[in-house]
Design a protein around this ligand. Sequence first.
Ligand SMILES: Cc1ncc(COP(=O)(O)O)c(C=O)c1O
Length: 1044
Amino acid sequence: MALLLKEAPKFARINCFRLLKRPKEFLGGNRRWELVSSRSFQDGHKRDRDVGEWKKNFHSVSRFPRFLYSTSVRSVLDAQDIFETRHIGSGKEADIQAMLQALKLNTVDELIDETVPAKIRSKTSLGIGPAMTESEALKYIKNLAEKNELYQNHIGMGYYGTLVPTVIQRNILENPAWYTQYTPYQAEVSQGRLESLLNYQTMVADLTGLPIAGASLLDEATAAAEAMAMCYSLSKHKKKKFLVSDACHPQTIAVLKTRAEGFGVEIVVGDVHSFDWKQAQGNVCGILLQYPTTYGIIENYDRVISEAHESGAKVIMSCDLLSLTMLKPPGELNADFAVGSTQRFGVPMGYGGPHAAFFATKDEYKRLMPGRIIGVSKDSQGKPAFRMALQTREQHIRRDKATSNICTAQALLANMSAMYGIYHGPDGLKKIASRIHDLARVFQKAVQDMGYETSAPESFFDTVRVTCPHSKEAFESLLKRLQDSKINVRVLKNEQSLCVSFDETHTRTELSSLIQCFAEKNSVQVDCQKILESLPVPSAIQVRTSPFMTHPIFHSYRSEHELLRYMHRLQSKDVSLVHSMIPLGSCTMKLNATSEMIPISWPEFALAHPFAPTQQMKGYLQMFEELSEALVKITKLNKVSLQPNSGAQGEYTGLMAIREYHKSRNQGHRNVCIIPVSAHGTNPASAAMCGMRVVVVGCDDKGNINVKELEEKAEQYKDQLAALMVTYPSTHGVFEDGILDVIEIIHSRGGQVYMDGANMNAQVGICSPGDIGADVCHLNLHKTFCIPHGGGGPGMGPIAVASHLAPFLPSHPVIPPINVDPKHSLGAVAAAPYGSSSILPISYMYIKMMGDEGLTKATKIAILNANYMAQRLSSGYSILYRGKHGRVAHEFIIDLRPLKAVSGVTEADVAKRLQDYGFHSPTMSFPVAGTLMVEPTESESKAELDRFCDALLMIREEIRDIENGKMDKENNPLKNAPHTADVVSSDNWSRPYSRQLAAYPAEWSRAFKFWPSVSRIDDAYGDKNLVCTCPPMESYMEAEQRVA
Ligand SMILES: Cc1ncc(COP(=O)(O)O)c(C=O)c1O
């Protein structure tokens, strides 16, 4: 033993000596310890080999436990709830060894050497520090959370307190079966969330009085900007002015200004009632009205709307959805678009987000709508089935002709809001709205009686504007009293005025304390009930008379039991990460760990208003600083903006920063953006939104950027070159060897390099955008950094920039983000200063719990897993692209085109057949049509990777049966997939294969069977017969009868 220990690497020796001295204590009773990993991963494969050799001998002679944990610094006295081993599913030494063996390699670092070009490898470690255990990190972040102070909130401005029904909080927001779902592209295994999103659309359409609503956008301000872009597009880009009411929320105006800049549209902000339409000479493409205004006033817009229409402008109303239960809806006012936020429908403010924005419009504009629309179609058995409609219309798929780049939206939050609508129903919503209105009315009367000037009682819904007619000192002392009572209101700059908003969370006691503050002498007794009884019935100027939410769905689930079961029924129709791996290339469906998720429900993070004074938000600010610092270290860039709330939004922000940079150097004419053909559709769409001209370069037959063509195009456009957008490793799943040349070609011609960080999971700790030479990149925190996909959002897309771009990072008109100088800033890109702040704790926790070593190891294992799967699958399929040494990056593409040629089987058939095996398909036909792109991530165990490979290889044999003529070309398990319980148990089974093969194709499907709830959905039918709101119940009954 002594001899053996002498030969052992130093860290292992230390452990073994400890172990020999106090084996019981060191081993922690029966606890098992694991050898190697982190250290050996970092110090190169020489150490790995040493450890491997030493370990073999050690195990052969010793009777000590086979597994020793390598982190030599951790003693038994330290907490042992180490996260890395939970997050990395295939990190066990035995699994790693087995995978390496399959790849004929000795160490993981050998694989990395063969995969990642040496010239871009990081020379130093990340510098983030050691990992915290789960309990340590939770304690640490709790401490941060407690630094946020929650005041009684009356700020308003588009964000309101809401009582999240706990049944929804626990069973949707905090339920991995809802939050780990992917965007419902595979509709047959997504019927639950599709139904819920259809409910959302129906609720929004009903409340706004417009026939078509989408399934959510990012926030109210960006939804308004999307509507503006549509108005511009509808004017065929001819009308260059857009009118914005000065009574819109300031964040909305700011986001519109930024967005208009890219399109070359002029924003005119002013009093819409006195706008001179004649003078504008039909040059205005649209107008944005806030309803009620940012100051709470319900204005009568009848005249403005007809004047706008007469002059050929479209009308957008940015609305408070709850107020529409009482007010005449935009559709009845003849508006063309209604946008806004559904935040106060049961989604916490979360210091700015995430919440679902809504977008509704007239039928004639549906094909230009941004974002996703859920529609009703039918399946191959004629049953109604839901799917995402008009997908080829999806804006970013229009690439450089796009006016929007929206991809990830806010599905999870839309689902929460829809359930809130179902929970309360129209009557419940009306009650909530009228109670809020009454709170506001009592307040208004009370302070009016004290001598304050206020908005007229019939002119507001929930927000009262109050002016202090007394001296400046009196106003200051009112503010002081509010501050002392820990009450936040909106203080209007340069005026002695306030706006005071009410919401459903406010209590009678809170109302009294608020009113008390307005009394000069604090001792005034206010009887709210008495005031209320003294008030006249509210005037009926704009009162809604039309019914809404009449569909039975909004009337059927009032008891908690009923709603709980409804939500559970929906969730059971969907595949999510609680069932099986979701190997979606380019999407990084990794573990969304519970310890990462827990803090987002804490009130200190969830309930903060985004415009609360920053002194009250010390915890959040510290977290932003620390998270930004970590992202700077990971990207090796200089500065981070946390504002963009999706990857595509990050692209847009990064390109706008580049645009500002060129302008600052008198190079504003640079507007050409080179983009490889393999890029995600959001890349060209974002470039188009920044007013850039897209120039496409091709790829060679290995999937690499065609460097020769790139050089020619860069040279051709050298005087106009603004940027290159490049994804690295490429969307083809390869670390391109020529990346440094590519970057040099662009830089030497005055262009900037934008790196799409969607594939950052293959870079963290082993190379970085900064070292490679990128000037800016976005980070999809909902991919690499563990924010769950939520069935199509939320996400976060912060950008990291090199120092020369730092001055241009986004600002905000209400709360300037930390370390941003508004002087050169590109403006605001999202409604809240830090985007969807309340989900940032997820990424923060991930980084804290992984530390330097864990993050780096995760990357390496992600690459190992992908290579292992590619190796196994290559026995049945062709892998489309590989790097110089035959290795793939963290994902790879299976080419199904050769199989289609001989068997007629398509990528869609394989995708649907996988559902019978209990799996979600890999990414279909991106970036190459006729292929599947697999990305396993580091979080899956080897057993799960094998199970997925087994499924695909079994499917390969099914295809072979078709090729060989053993199975019919049309009537086979692939073409008929997926098989529902209905179909398999039907009395009429006439298919040329068994029911067993249909439903239980693999052994494991007997132990755990996921039943798709509908058969293959007819896409074309759904698009031809577009129905985007809940169909009447009879249509389900008729279909049932047909099937029976
Ligand atoms: C390569 C790539 N770039 C950009 C995006 C857009 O990111 P987001 O959906 O967060 O807007 C995606 C989304 O999947 C992607 O795969």
